[in-house]
Ligand binder design. Structure first.
Ligand SMILES: NC(=O)c1ccc[n+]([C@@H]2O[C@H](COP(=O)([O-])OP(=O)(O)OC[C@H]3O[C@@H](n4cnc5c(N)ncnc54)[C@H](OP(=O)(O)O)[C@@H]3O)[C@@H](O)[C@H]2O)c1
Length: 188
């Protein structure tokens, strides 16, 4: 069974974006960027790969799953297929028009369970908080890019979870001079 990994940038107080979706409070400069670009190239949108001269090889992830609200901001920039190097699955309960090659699901739990039984490398859960909340029981691994900033309010790491402790085991914790700490956990 391959793994579902939620790889996401998060503030010290557990938010992945501002209330309006902005995440410019998370720095894109500093020594953490080299590690993220080179070790997580599969998670870099294709237009950014071209800008920085990298090419994803699907060795870490070959599939991305995201919620509709994570997919739509790029549409405003004219990007309707952000990860063409991956199989792209988008969760929505609405009938939506998407380009050929992008798959929609109204049952992300069933879709992820089916994906995990298929051969391949990892499945990248890109977020946001709502789809992460829906898929919380399917997540095998967390890769949390914890940025040294408080947002005070915003999009939570997981939406819609009531109080229900779910233990994870820390695998690694990598501090960067920039202040970002990459924390990796697996479900215990
Ligand atoms: N910091 C980071 O690394 C990072 C990463 C990813 C996203 N983000 C931010 O997170 C924000 C989006 O997060 P969000 O929580 O608002 O939304 P989201 O999880 O991206 O998308 C929510 C939408 O996904 C669909 N959905 C969610 N659960 C579903 C289910 N169980 N079945 C079927 N469809 C389901 C619904 O789409 P319909 O309404 O179409 O039915 C829902 O409105 C954005 O601002 C984005 O920038 C940040």
């Amino acid at each position: 069974m391959r793994e579902l990994t939620y790889y996401v940038g998060v503030s010290l107080d557990g938010f992945i974006a501002a209330p309006d979706g902005d995440f410019s409070a998370f720095p894109v400069e500093g020594d953490h960027m080299q590690a993220l670009l080179h070790e997580f190239t599969d998670t870099i949108p294709a237009h950014v790969q071209r800008l920085v001269g990298l090419e994803a090889d699907r060795s870490r992830f070959d599939t991305v799953v995201m919620g509709w609200q994570t997919y739509t901001p790029a549409l405003r920039e004219g990007i309707d297929s952000p990860y063409p190097h991956l199989r792209q699955v988008i969760a929505t309960r609405q009938p939506r028009e998407v380009p050929a090659g992008i798959e929609l699901t109204d049952d992300p739990v069933a879709t992820v369970r089916a994906l995990r039984r298929e051969p391949g490398t990892g499945v990248y859960l890109a977020g946001g908080g709502a789809i992460a909340g829906a898929l919380v029981d399917e997540i095998d691994r967390l890769q949390l890019k914890v940025y040294p900033v408080l947002l005070g309010d915003g999009v939570p790491l997981f939406r819609g979870l009531g109080y229900r402790p779910l233990p994870f085991r820390r695998v690694s914790s990598r501090p960067f001079a920039s202040g970002m700490v990459l924390n990796e956990y697996v479900r215990s």
